[in-house]
Design a protein around this ligand. Structure first.
Ligand SMILES: [Zn+2]
Length: 397
C-alpha cells in the first residue's frame, strides 16, 4: 500500500467526531481493516499514526495478507498505541522490536513476566489490557519441562486470541542452541541464548549461530554478557559487563538486544548489604550503543510488604532483599528496555494463597484460591507497569 492510499477523508471524519476511536477502510492487501485508538490521544496524532501505518504496512513483518491478522504501531510522536486489525481478526504474537523502539524513545521499559501457568498468564494479560501496554510473556527451560512445551504455547495462544494488547513470547535464559531452535520452530517470537558463562569467543560463536537461525525465521534474539544471575551469598565479586566487550559482542553477533550484568542477582536474596547497581557502567554502555535495547535479569524488587505477608501466614523467608523500584526506574531511563520479573509474581501469588488457606481452613476447591492468586498477579503487574516500568499507555502513564 502506498502512503497515498490511506483514507484521509475517513481519518478526518474520525478525528472530527468526538469520542470516535475507530475507523474502517479497504486496502489492497487486506479486506476490511479496522484502526482502533487504544487510549485517548489528540486527533492529529490519530491521523499521523494512520499515515505512518499505511506507509509502512508492507514492511511490518507480522502483517499477513490473508486470514488472521492484526498489527500495531507506536507513533513516533507520542507513543500513542494503535491496534490495526482485519475485521474479526486475532492479533498474532509479535516480536519485541517495535516495543523496544518505543520504549527507548520514551525512556521506559517493557516488562518481561515469567508465564508459568494459566492463572499467571491470565493475570499478566489482564493487567496489560488494563494499562494498554505491550507485554513480554517469557518462559524458562525449567517451566517448559515442568509444564510441557505444548501446553504453555496453547495457553499463550489462548491469551493472545482473547486480548488486544501486543504480546511477545520469549524464551528466558535459553540454555543451548537446540532449545532456541525448538522454541523458534514452535512459534516463539523471541529467544534468549545465554552464553554468558562461556569464554567470550565461544559466547559469540554460539549466539551468532542462534541469531542466524532466528533471523531466518523472523524471530529476534537476546544475548547475554557478564554474570547475569550471580550469587549474592558468594564472596566472589560479580563479573559485571565490560562496556567495550558489549559493543564488540553486539557487532559480532547481530543480536537484537543484550542482557547486561550491573549487579542484580537471581531469586529473592540479591544483596548482602545496601543495594547498589552500576549505573555509570550502564550509562557508558548506553552511550556506546545508542538506541540499542539492554536487558536486566534478576530484577524483582522483593517488596517487604509481601515478604512480611508470606511470613505472617506461615512462611519463613528471611533476609530477602531485591532491587529497589526507584533503581529500576533509573535503569530504564538509562537504556534498559526490558526488565525481567518473576520472583515478585511468585511472592505475591503465594502470599495471597497462604492467607486464603489460613482464613478459610475448610476450603479445598483450587478455583477458590487460584482465583485470588490470579487477581494478586494482576495487581502486581499493574503496579509494575505504572510505577516501575513506566510502560502504561505507551509511556504516557
Ligand atoms: Zn535470567
Amino acid at each position: 500500500m502506498e502512503a497515498g492510499d490511506f483514507p484521509a477523508a475517513e481519518a478526518a471524519e474520525a478525528a472530527a467526531a468526538p469520542g470516535k476511536t475507530e475507523i474502517a477502510f479497504q486496502s489492497p492487501q487486506h479486506d476490511t481493516i479496522i484502526l482502533r485508538l487504544v487510549h485517548p490521544a489528540p486527533a492529529a496524532f490519530f491521523i499521523s499514526s494512520i499515515t505512518e501505518f499505511c506507509f509502512f504496512s508492507d514492511r511490518l513483518p507480522f502483517v499477513r495478507q490473508s486470514g488472521i491478522m492484526i498489527s500495531f504501531i507506536y507513533t513516533s510522536f507520542v507513543n500513542a498505541s494503535l491496534l490495526i486489525c482485519d475485521k474479526g481478526g486475532i492479533m498474532p504474537l509479535v516480536t519485541s522490536k517495535r516495543m523496544f523502539e518505543a520504549a527507548q524513545s520514551g525512556h521506559y521499559a517493557i516488562g518481561a513476566f515469567n508465564a508459568n501457568n494459566m492463572e499467571i498468564i491470565q493475570g499478566i494479560i489482564s493487567a496489560a489490557e488494563r494499562e494498554s501496554s505491550p507485554v513480554i510473556l517469557q518462559v524458562s527451560e525449567k517451566s517448559r519441562e515442568y509444564t510441557n512445551p505444548v501446553y504453555l504455547i496453547k495457553l499463550v495462544e489462548a491469551a493472545v486470541a482473547t486480548s488486544d494488547v501486543p504480546v511477545c513470547l520469549h524464551l528466558d535464559d535459553g540454555p543451548d542452541y537446540e532449545t532456541c531452535v525448538a522454541c523458534i520452530d514452535s512459534g516463539y517470537t523471541s529467544v534468549m541464548i545465554d552464553g554468558s558463562r562461556l569464554p567470550f569467543e565461544e559466547n559469540i560463536a554460539l549466539t551468532k549461530k542462534v541469531v542466524d537461525y532466528a533471523h531466518d525465521h523472523g524471530v529476534v534474539v537476546e544475548g547475554g554478557l557478564g554474570d547475569l544471575h550471580g550469587d549474592a551469598e558468594s564472596d566472589v565479586p560479580l563479573a559485571l559487563t565490560d562496556p567495550n566487550h558489549a559493543v564488540d559482542f553486539v557487532a559480532a553477533t547481530g543480536v537484537d538486544s543484550l542482557a547486561v550484568a550491573i549487579g542484580t542477582c537471581y531469586g529473592p536474596y540479591k544483596f548482602k548489604s545496601e543495594p547498589t547497581l552500576a549505573f555509570e557502567r550502564l550509562q557508558d554502555m548506553s552511550n556506546q550503543l545508542p538506541g540499542f535495547p539492554l536487558v536486566l535479569h534478576g530484577a524483582s524488587s522483593v517488596p517487604k510488604e509481601f515478604v512480611d505477608l508470606n511470613n505472617q501466614y506461615g512462611a519463613d523467608i528471611n533476609r530477602a532483599q531485591g532491587v529497589p523500584e526507584d533503581m529500576l526506574r533509573e535503569a530504564a531511563r538509562l537504556g534498559i528496555a526490558k526488565i525481567n520479573i518473576e520472583t515478585d509474581l511468585n511472592l505475591v501469588m503465594t502470599a495471597c494463597i497462604r492467607q486464603f488457606f489460613i482464613e478459610h481452613p475448610d476450603a479445598f476447591d483450587p478455583q477458590k484460591y487460584l482465583g485470588p492468586g490470579r487477581r494478586a498477579i494482576r495487581s502486581m503487574v499493574i503496579h509494575k507497569m505504572r510505577h516501575v516500568l513506566g510502560c502504561s499507555h505507551g509511556g504516557l502513564g
